[in-house]
Write a protein that binds this ligand. Structure first.
Ligand code: BGC
Length: 404
C-alpha cells in the first residue's frame, strides 16, 4: 500500500529533552532541589541542530517535530527575547534548507520559572498568558512554519503534576497510589505534597489547559488564518476482552483519559497530533515483551488510538510513537508493525497525515533521566558523538517502501 502523497515521515524531539541548559525553568529548579535528575548539557542540540538535521535528512525524513522553549522566549513575564526568536528562526531555516517540513510544538511540559512560581496553570489568567505567548511566537516565526501544536499531552502534564506527584509541581492526590499506570518517576513520589486538594487543583488545571489551547487557537488565527493548529494528545488505548464489565471499564477509561479533553478542544483544532505509547487491555491474560520502560510491546494499539481520535473527524498526524530500547533489539520490528497498523487505519478511511517517531535522538526522559534510550540516534553524553542505530536504517527503508 502507498501512503498519501506528502505524508510526513520523520521523528520528534522536545526542547528541554535535547537542547541542554534550559536553566530558567521549573524542571531545572526541581533538579537543583534533587527532586528530578539534573539535565545539564544533554545532547547539546541547541548548538548541534544542523548536524542532527543532516542525520534526519540522511535517514529519509521529510518532516520534523520539535518544540520551542517558552522560558527562552519569555524569560520574564511579558518580556520577550528577540535573540532566542532569532535562534529558532535559524533552526527553521536549517530544516527548510534540507527540505524538511517543520511541525512546531509551542509548549512541551517545561514552564518558565516566573510562570510556575506564580501558580502556573493553576493561575486564573494562565490561558490569557499562554495565548499571548503563542501568538507572539507565530507572529515571529510564521513566515517559516505552517504547522503548530499549542501544547503537548495536557493529561500527562496534569496527572503527573497533580495526581501522581512525580513531576513539578509535585502535588499528589492521596488515592493515586492505587492506580499507577506508568512508571514516570516512582522514586520521587515520596517527596510530593499529598492530600485531597490536588484532585481539585488537577481539575482546575485541566480546565485551564483546555481554555489555554482554545484561546491560543483564536490568538494565532488573528495573526494568520491559514496556520494549521493542533493539540498533541496522549492516547492510552484502553480495550477489553469480551466481558461486558471489562468493556465498560475500557469505555470509561477512554472517556476519562482521551475524550474529556478532546471534547473541550476539538472545535479549535485544524488537526490533532496523536502520541501513542501504550495500551491497557482489561481482562487480558496475554504476556507481552516489554520495552525498557516496562511498557508492553504492542505497537498495534496505534490503530485503536487512531480510531478513537477519528471520532473528531480532523486530520491526524502521529506526533510521537516509539520505545525505549537501549540495545536496539525490538525497535525495527516495532516501527514496522506500527506503520502497518497506520496503513490499516488509512485503509479504513482515517485521515492520517504523518508519522513522527519518538525520538530522533536519545534524550532526557523526564523524572527517569537519561538512562532510557528512545533514539534512532544514540548519544554519547561524554563526547556528544552521534551514532545512528541500525533500526533507523530500517525506518528509512520503510519510508521508501511506503512512499513509492
Ligand atoms: C512525551 C515525551 C516523552 C515520551 C516518552 C511522551 O509522553 O511527550 O516527552 O519523552 O512520551 O515517555
Amino acid at each position: 500500500m502507498k501512503f498519501p502523497d506528502h505524508f510526513w515521515w520523520g521523528a520528534a524531539t522536545a526542547s528541554y529533552q535535547v537542547e541542554g541548559c534550559n536553566e530558567n525553568t521549573d524542571w531545572a529548579k526541581a533538579a537543583k532541589e534533587g527532586r528530578v535528575p539534573l539535565a545539564g548539557r544533554l545532547a547539546d542540540h541547541y548548538h548541534r541542530y544542523e548536524e542532527d538535521f543532516d542525520i534526519a535528512k540522511k535517514l529519509g525524513h521529510n518532516a520534523h517535530r520539535f518544540s520551542i522553549e517558552w522560558a527562552r522566549i519569555e524569560p520574564q513575564e511579558g518580556i520577550f527575547d528577540e535573540k532566542e526568536i532569532e535562534h529558532y528562526r535559524k533552526v527553521l531555516q536549517a530544516l527548510k534548507k534540507r527540505g524538511i517540513t517543520p511541525l512546531v510544538t509551542l509548549w512541551h511540559f517545561t514552564l518558565p520559572l516566573w510562570f510556575s512560581e506564580s501558580g502556573g496553570f493553576e493561575r486564573k489568567d494562565a490561558p490569557v498568558i499562554f495565548a499571548r505567548y503563542c501568538a507572539f511566537v507565530v507572529r515571529e516565526l510564521g513566515d517559516l512554519c505552517e504547522h503548530y501544536a499549542t501544547m503537548n499531552e495536557p493529561n500527562v502534564f496534569g496527572s503527573n503534576g497533580w495526581l501522581r506527584g512525580s513531576w513539578p509541581p509535585f502535588k499528589r492526590f492521596a488515592a493515586t497510589d492505587l492506580v499507577s499506570i506508568t512508571n514516570s518517576g516512582r522514586e520521587y513520589k515520596s517527596r510530593a505534597e499529598k492530600g485531597i486538594r490536588p484532585l481539585f487543583l488537577y481539575m482546575r488545571v485541566m480546565k485551564n489547559l483546555a481554555m489555554a489551547h482554545n484561546m491560543a487557537y483564536d490568538a494565532i488565527k488573528e495573526v494568520d488564518l491559514q496556520k494549521d493548529i493542533s493539540v498533541v494528545k496522549h492516547v492510552i488505548y484502553f480495550h477489553a476482552n469480551r466481558n461486558p464489565l471489562n468493556i465498560a471499564k475500557a469505555r470509561i477509561a477512554n472517556y476519562t483519559w482521551t475524550h474529556i479533553f478532546m471534547r473541550r478542544t476539538h472545535k479549535k483544532c485544524d488537526s490533532i497530533g496523536l502520541n501513542y505509547y501504550f495500551h491497557k487491555k482489561f481482562g487480558d491474560s496475554a504476556v507481552y515483551e516489554k520495552t525498557d520502560m516496562d511498557w508492553d510491546i504492542y505497537p498495534e494499539g496505534i490503530l485503536g488510538s487512531l480510531r478513537l481520535l477519528w471520532k473528531y473527524k480532523k486530520p491526524i498526524y502521529v506526533s510521537e510513537a516509539g520505545l525505549a530500547d537501549r540495545e536496539d533489539k525490538y525497535r525495527a520490528a516495532y516501527i514496522q508493525r506500527q506503520i502497518e497498523a497506520i496503513a490499516q487505519a488509512i485503509e479504513d478511511g482515517v485521515d492520517v497525515r504523518g508519522h513522527m517517531y519518538w525520538s530522533l535522538m536519545d534524550n532526557y526522559e523526564w523524572a527517569l533521566g537519561i538512562e532510557k534510550q528512545f533514539g534512532l540516534v544514540k548519544i554519547n553524553y561524554e563526547t556528544l558523538e552521534r551514532e545512528i542505530r541500525p533500526s533507523a536504517w530500517v525506518y528509512k527503508e520503510l519510508i521508501e517502501k511506503y512512499s513509492q
